[in-house]
Design a protein around this ligand. Structure first.
Ligand code: AKB
Length: 313
């Protein structure tokens, strides 16, 4: 059977790059791109889907004979705290709808993005293992723990082939992330290239796990392509890239922009970051499906600055 992919929540930071990569891989006619709002720069088949509406998801799946779903729609950690009940409702309901449609329509493979936000105060902060205790302190984190467990439930009970990664903060130049605690690590490059000062909402020493967008998208496709027997964790896999603090990223940026200035005004996102891991142990992803990150902080910095300079020209 030919692979027909549906991407839900495709207008976001991961969705944009994943769409392009999957279109290159399978052809534009085999990738159904969707989001709650139309996308002006969408190239290919686009369907508006409000993923809280299960009938609408089913309609598109049946119409295009979809075989794989990537469910990317979610409200992130910082934005989620503004309206916890709405965040819970959207994050959990959309995911349950995707799982149910996948079960009813015999979808072959489903992707679920989890996050380092699943960890809380009772997990080791350094090199946090895959099976560490999960007691998140944001509604986003709680919804992701819940989503991971539902993924495993559908796998055990119905044999649905759901695969999931816990993304660290993702750094990319293609779009601005919205509503996350790790967003500063994208904004900072924009300010540097515009030769403006940057005010960071985290303290200078707050280290968090991060990953470059190319690595994040490659990991997503690699886990989806891995042989079924290699996927041993059916909740979610830790995914490591690198780990750095605002002070460290600023110092890398100064290698290119020596005049770059940063100051620190921590807000409520500092509390969120303090409950998250500083670094991640992703040995299970490495062992089970061969995960290997490519970008270190210097490679990210060089690429971000080169690409953003082009964009701002
Ligand atoms: C966020 O900061 O909320 C996200 C995440 C780590 O899941 N980038």
């Amino acid at each position: 059977m030919d692979t027909i992919v549906l991407i839900i929540g495709a207008n976001g930071q991961v969705g944009k790059v994943l769409t392009q990569t999957l279109q290159d891989k399978y052809g534009k006619e085999s990738v159904i791109v969707s989001d709650i709002r139309n996308s002006e720069d969408s190239d290919g088949i686009f369907e508006v889907i409000d993923a809280t509406d299960i009938d609408r998801i089913k309609e598109v799946v049946v119409q295009y004979k979809v075989t794989q779903i990537y469910h990317l729609a979610a409200i992130l950690s910082a934005k989620g705290e503004e309206n916890p009940l709405k965040t819970w409702n959207i994050n959990v309901k959309t995911w349950l709808n995707v799982l149910e449609v996948s079960r009813l329509c015999n979808i072959e493979r489903v992707f679920y993005p989890s996050s380092i936000a699943v960890f809380g105060n009772n997990a080791p902060r350094n090199n946090t293992p895959n099976n560490a205790y999960l007691d998140p302190t944001t509604v986003y984190g709680i919804s992701k723990v819940d989503g991971e467990n539902w993924a495993q439930y559908y796998h055990i009970k119905y044999g649905l082939d759901v695969r999931s990664i816990r993304y660290p903060g993702i750094i990319g130049y293609q779009s601005l992330p919205g509503g996350g605690t790790t967003d500063y690590a994208v904004d900072i490059y924009h300010k540097a290239v515009l030769e403006e000062d940057f005010t960071c909402f985290l303290n200078e020493d707050t280290a968090l796990p991060m990953i470059f967008i190319d690595d994040a998208v490659r990991a997503t496709i690699e886990i989806m392509e891995a042989p079924t027997e290699n996927i041993k964790v059916r909740t979610s896999y830790n995914l490591g890239g690198i780990s750095f603090s605002p002070k460290e990223i600023a110092s890398e940026i100064r290698e290119i922009y020596p005049e770059f200035k940063i100051d620190y005004k921590p807000d409520f996102r500092q509390d969120i970051a303090e409950d998250w891991p500083k670094s991640i142990d992703d040995s299970e992803a490495k062992m089970d499906w061969g995960w290997k990150p490519k970008y270190d902080l210097w490679a990210i910095t060089e690429t971000m600055i080169r690409e953003l300079k082009e964009q701002y020209k």
